[in-house]
Design a protein around this ligand. Structure first.
Ligand code: ADP
Ligand code: MG
Length: 795
């Protein structure tokens, strides 16, 4: 057999039989028959499939007694032939990929039911970890059943009957009801369906083991649809019920909990030892982790003395093993992708030329420490002959744009061009203005290119780009159209990448596939916890701007309820009186676009009439580009004092004199959005105020508003967002199409382990680029990632 890095218990056990059988001189092995017999016996005792167990047993039987030399050779050849289907490297993978139909006691009908619920292979069943555990080690007494808790008890059936039930309205029907009792009290069991099957077991006098959730019903306690097990027929002597911890699996419609439990138990009994660990042996040993097979057993069939709290918290060594296994394959895929990118041909830029030095000198402010660090990292990347792929993560207002500007100068100085992409035209316009300001009278040529540019103008820009007359083109994804040719695109900067559509993102990723690839800088103001960011953007290197420019005052955040409009108006008045400006933002929801727009324009009129000497503008997404630009320009120039708008100001808008942000219907905004909006004020040296006007309670809205009041810190806000929404929803769109679905690990709960897995994966890929030395591991990564990892390029 080929040498393998890691082996499953079954594989090692088979090797212990096959090894001596393949030995050319069996006569030189003392007690050869005995060696084979006991190795086969041991292997057959493992958690392996029936057909393998049977093959091993017949090998064992063939070597029961000492054999003559010729007989021995013949028996060895027969045994090798018998075991050869199981000795291949891919046997385990094939066996685990079979339908659960192969499990004893599981027919095609049940297998089909399971397949419909994402359990179409034996492996799926193995990794279907319990959602919880029932402690059946100690039984409850009926006299003291705790309402609201899940309990297990043993009790006799005192009586049972069908009864009618009425619910609210016209709802009602027939149910099967039983009263059970022990020496201490009674309880009602109820089944609203399936009474016919239950009736046969729940007979008067039968002793049942019952597990379920206790509810109060009038003066009684009841359990609906409990799990029951017959301990003794009516009249028969009671057996002591087994004291166990019983796994509870997430119930899925159409599959009975007990049937699922049995199927999983059978899968563990017959297949667990086929599971191969992929983690580096050293890491597993350091962390004292059980093998995956033992881990599966520990979770599906916990020992009597298992730590239930640790089990419930997914914090046992068994959890750690399985979760690390999963995260390691995930991180290996990312590490391979990352490694691949960094090997591609790129353009080395000079990052210390006179133009760059002049640009640094000419900045209107001193870079923060974080900006200096970020620039050093970027400059080092740009100087490499391989494409950079870096994520610049920084809270709102942390000053990302200036970093992009410096990179663009370095690229221009090296004779190449930069494309800066924003998700919306408004944002592109904003970036264009910011860059022009930074450039000042300098020699960098910056142009705006969006879908709504006038045809003649667009044509001009196209030809200038192709000629190399433009250094930086700022625009939306329109910039990536085939019809836009750069003379030499050396850098692509993408702002708020997650807000681009899936198709546009594919284009971004493919940018510059021909020949030398451009450097890529992705910027985001959505601060997500670092380890999480490193995985979600695992193929990117990460730079975090964790410092705001000096002198920024934290934005004061206030909550206003209906009826407090006067207060809000007063704030507005005071702000304007100080010569400062204000935003009033309304949510815009697709279906009710019109009415929301109405609310915004009514508000603009109301403010204009309440504050006579104040100029108010209305900005919304339906305005023509020119009108929108004009409104923005008036606000920036201070010609208007109040900008009433729909969420188009959400990200990127930067007017230092604006100090008041009023968010109407704040309960309708997501937490990240609220934080972005708040970030529009307090950007200069003047203190900012953000008023959240809550007009109703949306789902989770109170928690979001509370988080906004509690902290100005974007990372803390992101953590809160995660808590409120849960990882699935929080990560949903960001993760889309980039990562494989996780079976057991949870990127948020398990983020410490994520870091461990990531370090291990990067080390593995550094040692063995492309995993060429370990085809089995590479196959496992590929299998885990399915189509979402293009390892074809990896080889
Ligand atoms: P964001 O990270 O949100 O994109 P910007 O790049 O738009 O932040 O910068 C926010 C504001 O802070 C801009 O007005 C910018 O000119 C200013 N700024 C950036 N860096 C500094 C700095 N080091 N010192 C002072 N102001 C800065
Ligand atoms: Mg920005």
């Amino acid at each position: 057999m080929a040498k393998r890095v890691a082996a499953s218990p079954a594989e090692s056990a088979i090797a212990a039989v096959v090894g001596p059988l393949e030995f050319a001189h069996p006569e030189r092995i003392p007690k050869f028959e005995q060696v084979i017999e006991s190795a086969a016996e041991r292997a057959a005792a493992g958690a392996v499939p029936r057909e393998l167990r049977e093959a091993l047993r017949s090998v064992r039987d063939a070597f029961r007694k000492p054999l003559g030399e010729a007989e021995r050779r013949a028996a060895a050849l027969r045994a090798l032939a018998l075991l050869s289907p199981f000795a291949g490297a891919d046997y385990a993978a094939r066996a685990l990929a079979q339908s659960p139909r192969v499990l004893a006691g599981l027919g095609p009908r049940r297998a089909a039911q399971l397949a419909k619920r994402d359990m179409s292979t034996v492996e799926d069943l193995l990794y279907r970890l319990p959602a919880g555990y029932d402690d059946r080690r100690s039984l409850a007494s009926l006299g003291s059943l705790p309402v609201g808790a899940r309990v297990t008890f043993a009790a006799r059936v005192l009586g049972s009957a069908y009864a009618g039930w009425r619910g609210r309205g016209a709802r009602g029907g027939r149910m099967f009801e039983a009263t059970l009792g022990d020496e201490t009290g009674t309880v009602q069991l109820k089944w609203f369906r399936g009474g016919e099957a239950i009736e046969k077991i729940v007979r008067k006098g039968a002793l049942l083991l019952v597990t379920g959730d206790v509810k109060r019903y009038k003066y009684d306690k009841e359990i609906q649809h409990p799990e029951i097990e017959l301990l003794a027929e009516p009249g028969a002597e009671a057996e002591e019920p087994p004291k166990r911890i019983v796994p509870r699996y997430a119930t899925t419609e159409g599959v009975h909990p007990r049937a699922l439990r049995r199927a999983v138990a059978q899968a563990v009994a017959d297949y667990a030892d086929l599971v191969t660990g992929r983690l580096p042996e050293k890491l597993a040993a350091q962390r004292r982790l059980p093998s995956p097979a033992d881990a599966l057993r520990a979770l599906h069939a916990p020992a009597q003395d298992a730590d239930l709290d640790a089990l419930a918290a997914a914090a046992t060594p068994a959890h750690e093993r399985l979760i690390l296994e999963e995260l390691y394959l995930l991180e290996l895929g990312l590490a391979l992708r990352h490694d691949l990118k960094h090997r591609a041909q790129g353009i080395a830029m000079r990052s210390d030329g006179p133009r760059l030095r002049a640009a640094l000198r000419g900045l209107p402010f001193a870079l923060t420490g974080a900006q200096q660090r970020a620039w050093r990292e970027l400059a080092a990347d740009l100087a490499q002959p391989h494409p950079m792929s870096r994520l610049l993560e920084g809270d709102v207002g942390s000053g990302k744009t200036v970093i992009a500007y410096l990179a663009a100068v370095a690229v221009a100085e090296s004779g190449h061009q930069t494309a800066l992409l924003a998700p919306t035209e408004l944002l592109a316009e904003q970036h264009h203005r910011t860059l022009r300001q930074l450039v000042g009278g300098g020699p960098l040529c910056v142009e705006l290119f969006t879908a709504s540019a006038a045809p003649g103008h667009a044509e001009n820009i196209r030809s200038e780009l192709a000629r190399g007359g433009i250094d930086v083109a700022v625009g939306t994804h329109a910039l990536l159209q085939d019809t836009v040719a750069f003379r030499s695109r050396g850098l692509v900067v993408v702002d708020e990448q997650h807000r681009f559509g899936v198709r546009q993102r594919a284009v971004l990723r493919g940018a510059g596939d021909d020949g030398a690839q451009p450097h890529m800088l992705v910027m985001t103001a959505t601060p997500i916890p670092r380890t999480l960011a490193m995985t979600l953007h695992g193929d990117l290197d990460l730079t975090v701007l964790d410092e705001l420019p000096a002198g920024r005052l934290p934005v004061r955040t206030l909550l206003a309820r209906p009826g407090e409009g006067r207060e809000v108006l007063r704030l507005l008045q005071e702000t304007v009186a100080r010569g400062e400006q204000a935003y009033v933002v309304y949510p815009l929801i697709e279906e009710s676009e019109k009415s929301d727009l109405r609310a915004a324009s009514e508000s603009a009129q109301r403010i204009a009439s309440a504050l006579p000497n104040t100029r108010v503008d209305l900005l919304h997404g339906r305005l023509e580009t020119a009108a929108r630009q004009a409104a923005m320009a008036r606000f920036e120039a201070g010609e208007t004092q109040v900008l009433v708008s729909t969420t188009v100001v959400e990200v990127g808008v930067d007017v230092a004199n604006a100090t008041l942000m009023i968010v109407e219907n704040a309960e309708r905004f997501g937490l990240a959005q609220l934080h972005q909006l708040r970030g529009r004020v307090g950007r200069g040296r003047k203190a900012g105020t953000c008023v959240l006007v809550a007009r109703g309670a949306g789902e989770g809205s109170e928690a979001r508003l509370a988080a906004m009041l509690a902290t100005p810190d974007g990372f803390a806000i992101a953590e809160a967002d995660l808590r409120i929404r849960g990882p699935g929803d929080f990560l949903g769109t960001r993760q889309h199409g980039r990562l494989p679905d996780l079976r057991i690990a949870d990127l948020v709960r398990d983020r410490n382990w994520l870091a461990v897995a990531r370090d291990a994966a990067r080390a593995t890929v550094a040692r063995d680029p492309g995993l060429r030395g370990d085809p089995a591991l590479r196959a496992a990564v590929r299998a885990r990632w399915g189509g979402s990892l293009d390892l074809a390029e990896v080889g």
